[in-house]
Design a protein around this ligand. Structure first.
Ligand SMILES: Cc1cc2nc3c(=O)[nH]c(=O)nc-3n(C[C@H](O)[C@H](O)[C@H](O)COP(=O)(O)OP(=O)(O)OC[C@H]3O[C@@H](n4cnc5c(N)ncnc54)[C@H](O)[C@@H]3O)c2cc1C
Ligand code: FES
Length: 274
């Protein structure tokens, strides 16, 4: 039976990986050692620490894996507590929430361009690995990923050891400022996307800080992309994550339930209040 997404389940942290100075990836399983629930790439879960609080995070693992991973940036009360956890500790988890990306419909058969900045890779990681798993269902895959420095690139070993070595996948990494142990591209993501100058028949999936999204979208439009070709996932403050509390609504849409994944032409129809 599918668990009730409103009821928190007890989860056990079975793996913790330090990705960057302020991002760690946590693997969560149920107490019986199985995956707590099934999800679609782009969906989220609420992790909570009794007595501390709860916070919403994208599920970074692909639905094809038998665990749930979360890449979490330390920035406040709950995330600091999570970063201090050790393997074997318990938390509670509820979900999955949100609509997820249309990986089996709109994305099927398309060339895909993923664009991420910093921790914005977290929701895209699940989609990318889902598309890698069902490689024949998708066309060419390009991934543009940037961070402040090499040390701030989340999932760097997986990107260089796996993604970069696969046929039909082209990874374009960039960091904001030059450093001695980096011989790759240097510069901001929006400029790099314009320099790379992609064919405009691709479907674009983008996540990162608002300033990156704004300038990258403008650059894509200069290249000839239409807003209906570009998907993003929104990060508003959320409480219930179920469309009940009204914390995240924009007009008549609840970002937690109707999103967090939207196409830019869908966002254009919403009131300008976020
Ligand atoms: C749909 C969705 C998916 C997310 N996915 C991830 C993810 O994969 N990895 C990850 O590290 N974080 C993710 N976040 C953000 C995460 O929920 C917040 O970082 C977390 O709630 C902070 O909790 P805290 O108690 O540690 O910080 P708080 O003490 O609550 O806040 C610390 C600081 O972070 C700011 N902040 C808190 N929540 C948000 C938010 N939602 N948006 C912008 N600023 C915020 C506060 O204003 C404050 O400045 C996601 C948020 C949403 C809504
Ligand atoms: S977080 Fe409660 S309605 Fe969206």
């Amino acid at each position: 039976m599918r668990p009730d997404p409103l009821i928190p389940m007890v989860g056990v942290v079975t793996m913790i990986r330090t990705d960057t100075p302020d991002v760690k990836t946590f693997r969560v399983l149920g107490v019986d050692g199985t995956k707590p629930f099934l999800h679609i790439p782009g969906q989220c879960a609420m992790l909570s620490v009794p007595g501390v609080g709860e916070a919403l995070f994208s599920i970074t693992s692909s639905p094809t894996e038998d665990y749930l991973d979360f890449s979490i940036k330390k920035c406040g009360c709950v995330t600091e507590w999570l970063h201090a956890m050790e393997v074997g500790q318990q938390i509670t988890i509820r979900g999955p929430y949100g609509n997820g990306f249309p990986v089996d419909t709109d994305f099927a058969g398309k060339d895909l361009l993923f664009i991420a900045g910093g921790i914005g890779l977290a929701p895209l990681h699940s989609v990318i690995n889902y598309c890698r798993h069902y490689r024949d269902k998708y066309g060419k895959i390009d991934i543009v990923y940037g961070s402040r420095s090499k040390a701030d690139l989340v999932d760097f070993p997986e990107i260089t050891e796996e993604w970069c070595k696969e046929d039909g996948i082209h990874v374009h990494l960039t960091i904001d400022n030059a450093q001695d142990d980096w011989d790759g591209h240097v510069g901001f993501v929006p400029n790099y996307v314009k320099e790379l100058g992609f064919d405009t028949d691709k479907t674009v999936v983008m996540c990162g800080p608002p300033i990156m999204i704004k300038f990258t979208l403008a650059g894509l439009q200069e290249l000839g992309f239409r807003r209906e070709q570009v998907y993003t996932t929104m990060e508003l403050r959320m409480k219930c994550a179920l469309g009940k509390c009204g914390r995240c609504n924009i007009g008549d849409k609840y970002v937690c339930k109707d999103g967090p994944v939207f196409r830019f032409d869908q966002l254009d129809t919403l009131p300008d209040e976020y």
